[in-house]
Design a protein around this ligand. Structure first.
Ligand code: PEP
Ligand code: MG
Length: 574
């Protein structure tokens, strides 16, 4: 039966494919297609993992102390029975043989099917056996990942290979962490749907950077959509259509093709300079999350990197943070890839909806009812970890010996933070000089993303070379709306007069002092905002590389003399 779900659009376009349901804890299971010739070997790998777990459980049972409760032995029996059940074994083999899924993927796909059947059971005792099934599958997945011959995980992220083409998949999950979302680059998925998340949550931002249609905040999606359902994602409207009729499917296939043609057409603007009709040059920069994204930035015609979110280097590493050398290589890689264009490297911004690890201090705080968006985030965390911070500063400074680098500091609000940060930068430079390590001229900039900073922007202009306005957070903190919470997403409004007022104030102040100012929040890539920002005097925009061509077209068609800082029918108090 066809039905529709409404969520929040985060990445434009149309995706059509079969649903792949993944629970949050299993998002990082390896997903890849195997060659037909590998089917037998993959089934054998699964069999060996199962035998190993059965043996483990039987040994455990044999060695149970005499006074162990009888239920324990019965429980182990249940686990062995589940492992040998055809519903798990035969069906999992079928996913491998017919769909060419690797063993881990097949196993987690079958678990989702069975878990749903357990959920629907009337009998409470049977319903509760779902937890046993999950434990057994977790065990199997662990054995497989510990050398069951699979490719396993790379750098804590899911390992995915290119889709075989005829079987497009759409990932449906309750939630996906920003780091796991990042792992889906070059993946088999052609779209994403999540139950939770706001349009500027970091998960949504990463989804957008993957340039594939996505809908977040679709509430019950992962409960209502079944494994393998055909679904259409309308990434412009935030709509998910499950089991679409042939007519609807045809309509969306047509829109998909039109979108591809439009992208191709816009791609031809790559070498055209972004200048308005009245001759105002506009700088279009790229936001990147990994060093390897620099390629996409160049391909899109970016004039540099306006925001390198370095925190993605720090995530999912089980507490082992990247050292100075590793960071230096990553930053230098991005600088070299940008071929002489400037690269703005932001110091680490973890916290809030970007936890370092899956169970991090930030999540623990959240569980305790504390709000991580107002906690030890970004520069606050860096200043609380001075040796980590100095390492990062040294790595960024060293990268500047290989090309133009601008250093950017997130979430500053206090005079004391400004002073301490600038002292730390001086100290890092001194350490490099003492060690005889080279660094170049580096401009230092501040992100203006807390209302306090916006209101005292003059103090920032006194101390910094440039400003970058982080509107994602500026909106969040001005309106007291958690950007990652879909329950209040309807109140997350960058058009709010208070936000526009702050934006205008910052841009005007920077221009008056002759200092460069850029917007690098999501509104920079939103063509509905371009005229208002140009009217405010903004001439530098940083966004996902995929948004650059459409924004350039908008700039080329705009006459700044006709732009107004007023949005039709909503005014800006000024
Ligand atoms: C912002 O807040 O607008 C920004 C660019 O930074 P981030 O989205 O990484 O918080
Ligand atoms: Mg921010």
């Amino acid at each position: 039966m066809s039905f529709q779900l409404f969520g929040l659009p985060v990445a434009r376009g149309v995706a059509i494919g079969r649903a792949l349901l993944v629970s949050s804890s299993r998002v990082d299971v390896a997903h890849y297609y195997i060659e037909p010739a590998q089917i037998e070997a993959e089934i054998q790998r699964l069999r060996m993992a199962r035998d190993a777990v059965v043996e483990e459980l039987e040994t455990l049972q044999r060695e149970l102390p005499g006074d162990a409760p009888a239920e324990l032995s019965a429980l182990l029996d249940v686990h062995v029975m589940l492992l040998q059940d055809e519903l798990l074994g035969a069906a999992t083999k079928q996913w491998i043989a017919e769909r060419h899924y690797n063993a881990e993927w097949a196993l987690s796909a079958q678990l989702e099917v069975l878990a749903r059947q357990f959920d629907e059971m009337e009998d409470e005792y049977l319903r509760e056996r779902k937890a046993d099934l999950e434990q057994v599958v977790e065990r199997l997945l662990l054995v497989l990942s510990e050398g069951g011959g699979g490719r396993g995980r790379a750098g804590g992220l899911p390992q995915l290979s290119a889709a075989t083409g005829d079987n497009p998949l759409i990932l449906v999950a309750n939630d996906i962490s920003p780091a796991d979302m990042l792992g889906f680059r070059r993946s088999v998925f052609t779209g994403f749907v999540t139950d939770v998340g706001g349009p500027t949550s970091h998960t949504a931002i990463v989804a957008r950077s993957l340039n594939i249609p996505a809908v977040v905040g679709a509430r019950e999606a992962s409960r209502l959509i079944r494994q393998d359902d055909w679904i259409v994602i309308d990434g412009d409207a935030g709509l998910v259509i499950v089991d679409p009729s042939p007519i609807v499917l045809e309509e969306y296939r047509f829109r998909q093709r039109s979108g591809e043609l439009e992208r191709e057409r816009l791609g031809r603007l790559r070498h055209t300079p972004a200048v308005t009709l009245d001759g105002e040059p506009v700088e279009l920069l790229a936001n990147i999350e990994l060093q390897s994204d620099a390629e996409a930035a160049i391909a899109a015609g970016a004039q540099g990197v306006g925001l390198f979110r370095t925190e993605f280097l720090f995530m999912n590493r089980n507490g082992e943070l990247p050292g100075e050398e590793e960071q230096f290589e990553a930053y230098r890689g991005a600088v070299m890839a940008m071929q002489g264009l400037p690269v703005t490297i932001r110091t680490v911004d973890v916290g809030a909806d970007k936890p370092l690890d899956r169970l991090s201090i930030h999540e623990l705080r959240q569980e305790q009812g504390l709000n991580p968006a107002l906690g030890l985030r970004a520069i606050r965390w860096s200043l609380s970890e001075p040796s980590m911070f100095r390492q990062q500063l040294r790595a960024i400074l060293r990268a500047s010996a290989h090309g133009p680098v601008r250093l950017l500091i997130p979430m500053l609000a206090h005079e004391s933070e400004i002073r301490l940060t600038l002292e730390m930068i001086d100290r890092a430079k001194q350490q490099l000089r003492e060690a005889g390590l080279a660094y170049g001229e580096v401009q230092v900039g501040a992100m203006i993303e807390v209302p306090a900073a916006a209101l005292m922007v003059e103090a920032f202009l006194d101390r910094f070379d440039f400003l970058a306005i982080g509107t994602n957070d500026l909106v969040q903190y001005t309106l007291a709306i958690d950007r990652a919470d879909e329950a209040v997403a309807h109140l997350y409004d960058p058009w709010h007069p208070a936000v526009l007022h702050l934006l205008h104030h910052i841009i005007r102040a920077a221009r008056k002092r002759g200092k460069s100012v850029c917007v690098c929040g999501e509104i920079a890539g939103d063509i509905d905002f371009t005229e208002v920002l140009l009217a405010m005097g903004l001439r530098s925009f940083s966004m996902h590389p995929s948004q650059i061509p459409a924004l350039k077209q908008k700039v080329l068609r705009t006459d700044t003399r006709r732009c107004s800082v007023l949005r039709p029918a909503r005014g800006v108090p000024d």
